[in-house]
Design a protein around this ligand. Structure first.
Ligand SMILES: Cc1cc2nc3c(=O)[nH]c(=O)nc-3n(C[C@H](O)[C@H](O)[C@H](O)COP(=O)(O)O)c2cc1C
Length: 191
């Protein structure tokens, strides 16, 4: 049953694929994650692949382009986010920062989870940098993240630890997502 704030409705979750690199493994990692997330009945997934936005402008324009508006409207519709990100030089890729910066209010008072990948660091440095960015955007970063260890250049995330990490992340995302959706419906967020 749904109440005024839509508590009985599944959470709208945007899964953002951050790498646009030719030959990337990011799409495989996103597929691995969404296969698991799709098994749950409490989520509606919208996969936002930044590689589908090759027309993002190289120069930040005074007026948003159609591609920017299409992207930010998907961010606005979501109740929560999962960022799928590699680690590039101890941080996250420029393609992801470019997209994040196109939205502002649309991120506010919503939870963000991270599925990161890299070599020994398992993408942890990328996640820590993203936490700073999303604090500035008044978003709520989840405590737990998924960190996948690359073997060679393959995703290879198959062990039980990774599956448990996905469950923890999604449980926290749903808790915060429902709580903040209800809170936003009751009173506008002030920033
Ligand atoms: C520019 C660049 C910088 C990288 N820096 C790191 C790094 O600091 N730490 C790490 O673990 N892996 C690093 N890597 C390896 C990436 O984690 C690995 O190539 C991964 O496949 C990249 O994700 P993608 O294929 O989805 O683009 C780097 C890769 C690139 C292309």
């Amino acid at each position: 049953m749904q109440d005024r704030e839509g508590a009985g409705r599944p959470l709208d979750v945007a899964v953002i694929v951050g790498s646009t690199r030719e030959g990337r493994i990011g799409a495989d990692v996103a597929r691995w994650f969404t296969e698991r997330a799709a098994k749950r009945g409490d989520l509606l997934l919208d996969v936002i692949d930044l590689a589908d936005y090759p027309d993002f402008p190289a120069v930040y324009p005074a007026t948003p382009t159609d591609a920017m508006a299409r992207f930010t409207s998907r961010i606005a519709r979501a109740d929560g986010f999962v960022i799928v990100t590699p680690e590039y030089n101890r941080s996250f890729p420029a393609s992801l920062k470019q997209a994040i910066d196109y939205a502002y209010d649309e991120w506010h008072a919503k939870p963000v989870g991270y599925v990161a990948y890299g070599f020994d660091s398992r993408g942890l440095y990328a996640v820590e940098h993203l936490r700073c960015v999303f604090t500035e955007l008044h978003a709520m970063s989840l405590r737990d993240s998924v960190g996948l260890h690359l073997v060679g250049e393959s995703p290879g995330p198959s062990d039980e630890r990774d599956d448990r990490a996905v469950t923890a992340l999604l449980d926290q995302l749903v808790w915060w997502g429902l709580a903040l959706r209800e809170a936003r419906a009751r009173r506008p967020y002030t920033s």
